[in-house]
Each structure stands twice: as C-alpha cells, then as structure tokens.
Design a protein around this ligand. Structure first.
Ligand code: SPV
Ligand code: MG
Length: 320
C-alpha cells in the first residue's frame, strides 16, 4: 500500500508504503488489528506498533454518544474513518455492520469508504438496524442468498485492493457450528477475502472447532472480546489469520476519563492528577505539531525585523 503520508505522522508529506491489509490477512504470521474510533486513538495504536486498525462500530458509536444499533449514520462513520486514515499510515479495516441496508446501501458505503482511504470492510450477516452482538439475545440472521448478494455487490463495486470480510453471526445467534459452517461455505462463493467468525462464549472452544473444520479455505478473523483469557499462541496453533482487539482503546478511555473526572471533581484541583494524564508534549507529538512548525518555516513569509501589527495594536487604533 502506498499513500501520501499524513501530516500528523511525519515531518514532510512523502510517500511511504506499509503492509497492505490483504498481505496481513494472508501472511503466515498471526496479525493483530487494534480498535480505534477517531484520529487520536488511531495514531496511538500505530505508535504502539500495530500494523493495522479495526474501525469498530461499537467504539465509533460510543465515542459519538450513540448506541451500537445503527444510530450513527453511515456518513458519520465514513467521516470518522477518514480521520483515522489521515492520522496514520497503516491499513484500516472498517466494521461496516450489516451494510446499512440491502446490497445497494452496502455497496454505496463500501465505495465511499474506499474513496476515503479505508483498506477494507467487514459485513455481518444480520439485517438493518443491527444491534451489538453482546446486547440481548435477539440477533436475527440474514437470509443466506440475500447476504451473498450483499457481499457480491460490495466486491463488484470496489477495486481489487479493497478487502471484504464476511462476518458470521450464527454462533452469536445460538444456531451452532453446523449453521456457521454452512454459511461460511455459501459466503465464500460470493468472493470475500476472509471469514470473521464471532462468538460470545468465555472459552474459545467453538471458534477452535470452527477453525479445524474450516481448514483455512479462506483466512479466519476472530474477535476474542469474551474469550479474552485464551492466549494468542492457541490462535497461532489453530492457524487463525487475524485477531481483532475490538474495543479496548475505547474502554481504556472510559476508565481513564472516569477516574480522572472523579478525582478532579472531589479534589477541586488538578494538582494531584497532573502526572497521571498524558503530557501536552505527547499530545502535540501524536498529532504532528512539529510538521506544522516546519511547514510554517517553509511556506509563511519570513518575519522581517520590523514588527508586524499585532491584535493589540489594531485594537488601540480603533480605540483612538
Ligand atoms: C465492533 O467492534 O463494533 C464489533 C465487534 O463489531 S463486537 O462489538 O464484538 O460485535
Ligand atoms: Mg460492530
């Protein structure tokens, strides 16, 4: 992948290349995608060493104060993704929910995400509006043929570099392994680049059995939010392609903000928490203020010895 480097990430606008999302999915190594929900969280994940990002629907919705029930519009999501793309130089896989409607809405969203620099979209086999997989137990699944049409439409509308991930919610909806495998088989005919198999269990058993049966006909992506105790080595040994840490920057932000807000409120002071929040230098560095200083040197007229009229000079002029 090659794109003009973001102003935030480097000193000068040059062209860099990073590993493409498809390369990450197909690589023999286990890939980790880190959740991000805005430009800042994306930049932090990149600095931590992640080679790809998950634009989480849950986290983006939460950061905007919405529920993960398609309350945020697709254009709001696209705008957030654009900020994540601009703030980093690593590929972004976007949680496209169920595609915001039928095949036509799904392909419209995918095309727009591609135009804004996203590297791929994950489409889940539910209807519109969807509800977060961990909320309640009503998760009606899409008709298999209809969902294949949605996948095909997205594939046909986007370019060859744009990755499409077909997400199976059969286990979440309580339909069992056979249904998940039937769906994986059918969806793979529609041309996606990978299968995401989701599970709400606290242990990885059903995911590991799925992986064994599926035998890597397409790369497998997983989201171990609930079976978080399973070590990565188990996923490696099972031949899983990609692990998504789906919501942990957003949850870390909640915990951090909750604690700091509570302390400032009760202590009526910021003295005690100063060394527990990120320094402004770190913030300025993450957002690339150094590039702005360099650009000013390059593009602003050089200051002359003569002082330029300041705002207070102007104010005085009006006062007189
Ligand atoms: C998300 O991060 O929005 C996901 C993963 O879709 S989950 O919340 O587990 O459904
Ligand atoms: Mg989601």
């Amino acid at each position: 992948m090659s794109k003009a480097i973001s102003f935030g990430a480097e000193v000068l606008p040059v062209t860099v290349s990073s590993t493409t999302l498809r390369e990450l999915l197909l690589s023999k190594e286990l890939t980790f995608l880190m959740e991000a929900h805005d430009g800042l969280s994306a930049a932090i994940a990149e600095r931590a060493g992640f080679r790809g990002l998950w634009a989480s629907g849950l986290s983006i919705a939460s950061a905007l104060g919405y529920r993960d029930a398609n309350e945020a519009s697709w254009t709001q999501v696209v705008d957030v993704v654009e900020r994540m793309v601009d703030a980093t130089n690593i590929p972004v896989l976007v949680d496209g929910d169920s595609g915001f409607g039928n095949f036509n809405n799904a392909r419209l969203v995918a095309r727009k995400l591609e135009q804004r620099g996203a590297s791929g979209m994950c489409l889940e086999d539910k209807g519109f509006p969807k509800l977060n997989s961990f909320v309640g137990d009503r998760h009606p699944l899409a008709d298999i043929d209809e969902f294949c049409g949605r996948l095909k439409a997205v594939k046909d509308t986007t370019g060859p570099d744009f990755v499409v991930v077909a997400r199976i919610e059969a286990l979440i909806a309580g339909h069992g392994l056979d249904e998940a495998l039937v769906r994986a088989e059918a969806y793979s005919e529609a041309g996606p680049d990978a299968i995401l198999i989701h599970s709400g269990k606290a242990v990885a058993d059903e995911i590991l059995t799925f992986a064994q049966e599926w035998n890597n006909k397409l790369p497998i992506v997983i989201v171990p939010t609930k079976y978080y105790k399973t070590p990565a080595s188990v996923f490696r040994d099972a031949g899983i392609s990609t692990v998504i840490w789906a919501n942990h920057s957003m949850r870390a932000a909640i915990a951090g903000m909750r604690d700091i807000c509570g302390r400032i409120s009760s202590e009526e002071s910021i003295a005690g928490i100063e060394d527990q929040v990120a320094g402004l230098d770190e913030l300025f560095s993450l957002i690339g203020y150094h590039e702005l200083a360099q650009a000013e040197e390059q593009y602003l007229p050089k200051r002359t010895a003569e002082r330029r009229p300041s705002d207070s000079d102007q104010a005085q002029k009006f006062d007189n």
